[in-house]
Design a protein around this ligand. Structure first.
Ligand code: S3P
Length: 443
């Protein structure tokens, strides 16, 4: 259950001070959700090393437990075990499934549940999640015979699902969204024939990689892996999964190390799946000083360490719709980076940001403007004038984990102290963020 919005003390942020040392970011959030979900519907035991012990994956685990899946307690350092119940073994829950703050939990769960015949499910979430659009998943699932209803013609939670017999289909998705794609792939596992998802651009492909590893009959084709076909019938078998560190969490240190004078940070064991590494390309465009070390493949995902050093005179950058799916969650911290580059950075094609945990374009524009940044907000992006001096002030995460962590980095570069409301939102994806920051920051 999300703790965001509960009374939280206002945090005093530590101004100035370079960041030095090594950090091991927590497990990838997308891979953690999928390891739990796919483990649950497999036969046999799945073990997960490095699972992200944060609020979002815990929401996924709790929903699965409510449907009879045995999952060991989730804590740091523990190897998690999931006792799979098979594709048709989920039990109808006796209560509402609470997805907390997690869009991935709710959207992937819809795909999983629509094909559980003769069972009824109700899903809800926190205030933010109940305002996020769900029809983008319900609609394609309807083409397969799925039945999802909810407020505003099925667009908003609480949602209700009536499990049905599904038919295979060819479905083109209007946006490149791994959550929509993954929901359809999950539903496809129980359909009566093959299902093909066609994306307008490739979104993160963790589901494809992991479903194949669990034994699903899944084929990736088309230009840039945009056509994915699942043929039902294969039995999924429990696996041993190792979750790499989350590049979306590493992003805060990558930007901090680049913009804070005197910094040098090595981030260990970061997932480098090419569908997620857009941030590295943008940092290169900026002229940042980065080294990739110890690159290897672990359990079907490329990983490596990244060493980042402070670099003077970073260049402004352009983010367009083409790269957006590969750095969608890094736009808040990149908007902070833009404040410290020479010249004007432009972010376009980012309207999806408006329907994340918060409207991230509006929230970042509002919060960074309060510090004195020169930002123009557009319907699909931001224009940010670099090198305007920022001053400390009172900040607010507005309940968004990635906003909290992005603003923490901005505040280090501001003149004068800052404070932050609802800073513990970071626990959604990075429970140790504030401890890691304290440890890395040298006065
Ligand atoms: C995710 C996909 C992305 C991303 C989210 C996690 C996933 O969302 O923003 O944080 O795990 O599939 P969209 O599918 O809406 O782009």
């Amino acid at each position: 259950m999300s703790s965001i919005g509960k009374d939280q003390p206002i945090r005093t942020l530590s101004e100035r001070g370079r960041l030095l040392g090594h950090v091991c970011v927590p497990g990838d959030k997308s891979i953690s959700h999928r390891a739990l979900l796919f483990g649950a519907i497999s036969e046999g035991i799945t073990t997960i090393k490095g699972l992200l012990p944060a609020e979002d994956p815990i929401s996924t685990a709790n929903c699965l437990r409510a449907m009879g899946v045995k999952i060991s307690p989730i804590s740091k350092e523990e190897i998690i075990t999931v006792h799979g119940v098979g594709l048709n073994g989920l039990k109808e829950p006796i209560d509402i499934l609470n997805c907390g703050n997690s869009g991935t939990t709710m959207r992937l769960m819809l795909g999983l549940l629509v094909g559980q015949t003769n069972q009824h499910f109700v899903l809800t979430g926190d205030k933010s999640l109940c305002q996020r659009p769900m029809k983008r998943v319900g609609q394609p699932l309807k083409i397969m015979g799925g039945q999802v209803s909810g407020r505003c013609e099925g667009n908003y939670a609480p949602l209700s699902v009536e499990g049905k017999n599904l038919r295979g289909a060819v479905i083109g998705t209007p946006v490149a969204s791994a959550q929509i794609k993954s929901a359809i792939l999950l539903a496809a596992l129980t359909a009566d024939g093959p299902t093909t998802v066609i994306e307008p651009a490739q979104s993160r492909d963790h589901s494809e990689r992991m479903l194949k590893a669990f034994g699903a009959n899944l084929k990736v084709g088309g230009e840039m892996g945009r056509h994915i076909t699942v043929t039902p019938g294969a039995i999924l078998k429990g696996q041993s999964i190792t979750v790499p560190g989350d590049i979306s969490s590493a992003a805060f240190w990558l930007v901090a190390g680049s913009i804070i004078p005197g910094s040098e940070i090595t981030i260990e064991n970061v997932g480098l799946n090419p569908t997620r590494t857009g941030i590295l390309e943008i940092l290169q465009q900026m002229g940042a000083d980065l080294d990739l070390l110890n690159t290897k493949d672990i359990a079907g995902e490329p990983v490596g360490d990244i060493c980042v050093r402070y670099k003077q005179n970073l260049n402004a950058f352009n983010l367009t719709d083409e790269i957006m799916p590969r750095l969608i969650d890094e736009v808040p911290i990149l908007s902070v980076a833009a404040c410290f580059c020479n010249g004007t950075s432009k972010i376009t094609g980012a309207s999806e940001l408006r329907i994340k945990e918060t409207d991230r374009l509006a929230v970042m524009a509002r919060q960074l403007s309060a510090m004195g940044a020169k930002i123009d907000e557009h319907s699909d992006g931001l224009t940010i004038q670099g090198k305007e001096p920022l001053h400390g002030c009172h900040l607010d995460s507005e309940t968004d984990h990635r906003v909290a962590m992005s603003l923490a980095i901005a505040s280090i570069m501001a003149n004068g102290p800052s404070t932050m409301s609802r800073s513990d939102a970071s626990a959604v994806s990075y429970p140790d963020f504030w401890n890691d920051l304290k440890r890395l920051q040298k006065k």
